[in-house]
Write a protein that binds this ligand. Structure first.
Ligand code: AMP
Ligand code: TRP
Length: 327
C-alpha cells in the first residue's frame, strides 16, 4: 500500500508526537511504500520567522531519520521542494466549496473569526488534500484531530472522480487509538503539546537527561498511596503508566505489580530512566545527522523521487481536466 503523512516544521517533537505518530510511521514502513513529508507550506499559514522555519525543516527531517525511518527505502522530503503540491491545490480549490471549508474546526479555532486571517488558513485543508492525492495514497496515518481534513480530502477526490472518472485514488485515514494520546505532565486532562507555555508539561525527544528527570519528578500525580491504572479517576498516574509501558514494552499490569508497595518517588525515578534509555539512540542518531551532508543528500534524493511520482499524477490530472497545451 502507498502511505503518506506529513508533519509541520513547527518545533522539536515531544514524546506525545513520537508515541502517537512517529512510532506508527516506523512500523508502517515494514510492509508499505511510505512518503513522509515535512509540510513547510502549511507552516506559513501562521506567521513564521524564515530563519527559524529553515532550521525546523531540517530538525524534523533529521528526527524522521533518527527515529528509524529509512530514507533509502522510503521517501522523506520537503513539501515545497515539489512544486506540484501548490499546483494541484489550485485545481482542487476549484472543486471545493467555501461552505465546506468554513465548517472546518481547525480553521475556526485558528482564525478566531477574524477577517484579517490569511486565506491560506482557510484553504489549508485543500493543500493537505493535494499532498495526499498527488501520490495516489491509500492510507494516511494521522491523529484524531485530522479526521475532518481526511473526510474533506475524500469528498474532493470523489467529487472529481464523478466528473472525471479515474482521476484520484480515494484514501483512507488511519487514526490513532485513544490509548495513544499522551497527556501533559502538568495537567493530565490536556494533550501534551508543543505550544504549552510550561516546558515541564512535555518531554522533547532531544531533552538532556537531567531535564527529563526533572520533568518526570515534577509531573502531577495524586494523593493515593499506591500506583494503579484508572484513567477516569486517576488520569495523571495512568498517563505516566502509559508512557512507561510504551517505552519499556512492558504491560501496564506488570509495571503495577513491580511497583506494589512503592511510592511515587521510586516509580518516577524508574520512569525517568526508562525514557532516557529509549530516547538515547534517537538523540545520538539525530546529533550524527542533523548537520551532516547526508541529511541534505537524503532530502534531495527524496524530493527527486517524490517529484517523479507527482509528475505522473499531475499529467493524468491535467489531461483529465483539459489543462495545458499538449497532453
Ligand atoms: P502536531 O505537532 O500537533 O502537528 O502533531 C504531529 C502528530 O503527532 C499528529 O499526528 C498528532 O496527532 C500527534 N500528536 C500530537 N500530540 C500528541 C499527543 N499528546 N499524544 C499523541 N499523539 C500526538
Ligand atoms: N495537517 C496536518 C497536521 O497538522 C499536517 C499535514 C499536512 C498532513 N499535510 C498532510 C498530514 C498530509 C497527513 C497528510 O498534523
Amino acid at each position: 500500500m502507498r502511505i503518506f503523512s506529513g508533519v509541520q516544521p513547527t518545533g522539536i517533537f515531544h514524546i506525545g508526537d513520537y508515541l502517537g505518530a512517529l512510532k506508527q510511521f516506523v512500523q508502517l514502513q515494514e510492509e508499505n511504500h511510505c512518503l513522509y513529508c515535512v509540510v513547510d507550506l502549511h507552516a506559513i499559514t501562521l506567521p513564521t520567522d524564515p530563519k527559524v522555519l529553515k532550521e525546523h525543516i531540517l530538525d524534523v527531517a533529521a528526527l524522521y531519520m533518527a527515529v528509524g525511518i529509512d530514507p533509502k527505502k522510503q521517501i522523506i522530503f520537503v513539501q515545497s521542494d515539489v512544486p506540484y503540491h501548490s499546483e494541484l491545490a489550485w485545481i482542487l480549490m476549484c472543486n471545493t466549496y467555501t461552505g465546506e471549508l468554513s465548517r472546518m474546526t481547525q480553521y475556526k479555532d485558528k482564525s478566531k473569526g477574524e477577517e484579517s486571517s490569511p486565506a491560506g488558513l482557510f484553504t489549508y485543508p485543500v493543500l493537505m488534500a493535494a499532498d495526499i492525492l498527488l501520490y495516489d495514497t491509500d492510507t494516511v496515518p494521522v491523529g484524531n484531530d485530522q479526521k475532518q481534513h481526511i473526510e474533506i480530502t475524500r469528498d474532493i477526490a470523489v467529487r472529481v472522480n464523478n466528473k472525471f472518472p479515474g482521476t484520484f485514488v480515494v484514501p483512507e485515514g488511519r487514526f490513532l487509538k485513544e490509548g495513544a494520546r499522551i497527556m501533559s505532565l502538568d495537567d493530565p486532562l490536556t494533550k501534551m503539546s508543543k505550544s504549552s507555555p510550561n516546558p515541564f508539561s512535555r518531554i522533547s525527544l532531544l531533552d538532556d537527561e537531567d531535564t527529563i528527570r526533572k520533568a518526570v519528578k515534577k509531573a502531577t500525580t495524586d494523593s493515593f498511596d499506591n500506583i494503579a491504572y484508572d484513567e477516569k479517576n486517576r488520569p495523571a498516574v495512568s498517563n505516566l503508566l502509559t508512557i512507561y509501558s510504551v517505552f519499556s514494552g512492558m504491560t501496564i499490569e506488570k509495571i503495577v505489580k513491580l511497583n506494589e508497595g512503592k511510592g511515587y518517588g521510586a516509580f518516577k525515578k524508574d520512569l525517568g530512566e526508562v525514557i532516557i534509555t529509549a530516547l538515547r539512540p534517537i538523540k545520538e542518531r539525530y546529533e550524527e545527522i542533523r548537520n551532516s551532508e547526508e541529511l541534505v543528500v537524503c532530502l534531495r534524493d527524496g524530493s527527486e523521487r517524490a517529484y517523479a511520482l507527482a509528475e505522473k499524477t499531475m499529467k493524468r490530472v491535467k489531461d483529465n481536466f483539459g489543462l495545458g497545451t499538449v497532453s
